[in-house]
Ligand binder design. Structure first.
Ligand SMILES: Nc1ncnc2c1ncn2[C@@H]1O[C@H](COP(=O)(O)OP(=O)(O)OP(=O)(O)O)[C@@H](O)[C@H]1O
Ligand SMILES: O=C(O)C1=C[C@@H](O)[C@@H](O)[C@H](O)C1
Ligand SMILES: [Mg+2]
Length: 193
């Protein structure tokens, strides 16, 4: 599998709580890749928690930082990158994500809610109806997540290790369809001299 990947980065996308950080760490071990979490890098660079950044600088400032962090990663190979749930919102980020293989961890809002209901570290869920918020966010974002190269649908029974196995099963097919196609030129043979 490592030979097949040829060092390209893997980018995990999906809603908050989908397991990008948890599964990303396991995947990195599997490939002997380095693990990077964009949320983690942002908090280090800013010297603040994500909640503090949202509260004191606002979501827009967070999104700008997020793009800067992601763009810096393109220079590196052999990374598994756990992205923030909203990374797909900025058009420019797609140019950076496309440097590697993009994997969408698809989890239902109900399952996300079960995972995150006691968690206070996601500012967008500090809401009187967190399940409704998750449903609304997924509805707004699902067409963007669906641009991923690989989609893994995760049920409540799938352990993080099983999610890794599902990803490993799907990567070879995705890489085959990913391989660069030669450019198609509509040359008129009479033009060749
Ligand atoms: N397959 C799984 N089954 C059950 N629980 C899981 C699974 N994957 C992750 N979790 C749990 O769900 C919670 C959220 O996981 P994690 O932090 O990895 O999500 P994330 O996608 O990185 O979220 P965010 O976008 O907010 O960073 C954690 O408590 C984690 O232990
Ligand atoms: O879904 C989102 O917009 C977010 C997800 C988290 O990973 C963090 O990046 C932040 O809480 C925002
Ligand atoms: Mg995470």
């Amino acid at each position: 599998m490592n030979d097949l990947l040829r060092g390209i980065n893997l980018y995990l996308i999906g809603m908050m709580g989908a397991g990008k950080t948890t599964v990303g760490k396991l995947l990195a071990k599997e490939f002997n890749y380095r693990f990077i979490d964009t949320d983690e890098v942002i908090t280090q660079v800013a010297g603040q928690s994500i909640n503090q950044i949202f509260a004191e600088q606002g979501e827009e400032a967070f999104r700008t930082l997020e793009s800067q962090v992601l763009s810096g990663l393109c220079a590196h190979q052999r990374l598994v990158v756990a992205t923030g749930g909203g990374i797909i919102l900025q058009r420019a980020n797609w140019g950076y994500l496309r440097h590697g293989l993009i994997v969408w961890l698809d989890v239902s809002p109900e399952d996300l809610y079960q995972r995150l209901k006691e968690d206070t570290t996601r500012p967008l869920l500090q809401h009187d109806n967190p399940l409704g918020r998750l449903q609304e966010l997924l509805e707004q974002r699902s067409s963007l997540y669906a641009e991923a190269d690989v989609k893994v649908t995760i049920t409540p029974h799938d352990t993080p290790e099983q999610v890794v196995d599902h990803i490993l099963e799907k990567i070879p097919t995705a890489l085959k369809t990913e391989s660069p196609k030669p450019p198609q030129y509509n040359l008129n043979p009479n033009d060749l001299s």
